[in-house]
Write a protein that binds this ligand. Sequence first.
Ligand SMILES: [Zn+2]
Length: 236
Amino acid sequence: MSFFSRLFGRKPTPAPPAPPPPAAPAPPAADGSIVVDGRSYCPFAALIAPAFPGKVEDRSKFRPPANEADVDLKTTYGAYVNLGGRNVLIVIDKAAVLPRSKEWDFIHSAAKALAAAYPALDAQAKAALGVLNAVIFAKSPKRSFASVAGGWFFYDTDEFPNATPAFAASNIVHDANHVWLHHNHKPHTGSDAEIVCWQLQVSNRTALGLQPYEVTYLQGLIGNPDTSKKRMEENP
Ligand SMILES: [Zn+2]
């Protein structure tokens, strides 16, 4: 009993009841697939299995927050990658990528590279991936784009021809960090935010398995963010 409750004869305010724990996620099915919001996602490794079990889902109602991106997703394939015990969803726009195409295999390779790199990533990279909900592979955004409020990250499949799976995995870390910056009330757009995110890729180059030329490229962006921004605007 506190001094004031003795003085005024009041009972101490009881602590509010603890909120109920979140519902436990449904365990994976026998084939490893999980259901999130009523939609099915297979383990990323199943993307290249001889009998791809992924379902085509109607996602006409699946949209990012207004004004964040103009992405028209009708039907998608769903997969997921487990990163440190947490599932990050992989959503593939059927209009952009079909099973067994080169791009399809690349998505698998990028997810595999990210999963393999994860244990050796630094604390910030893991924190960034810890607030990422989904990577959406689509054509519409015309470049990689982080939907910071929803924790979605759009990856433009047209950017694939010039990338290695390791570099794609590092881009996922980069954009996850934009989400993390937003969640932590730090500037998440502009040159300073880009430099922080590029630097995170460079800091994790060994874990991610980046090639020396890829590191040099990122260091060039860090050294001259305005030029790189201009270049990106001119050549979407
Ligand atoms: Zn960025």
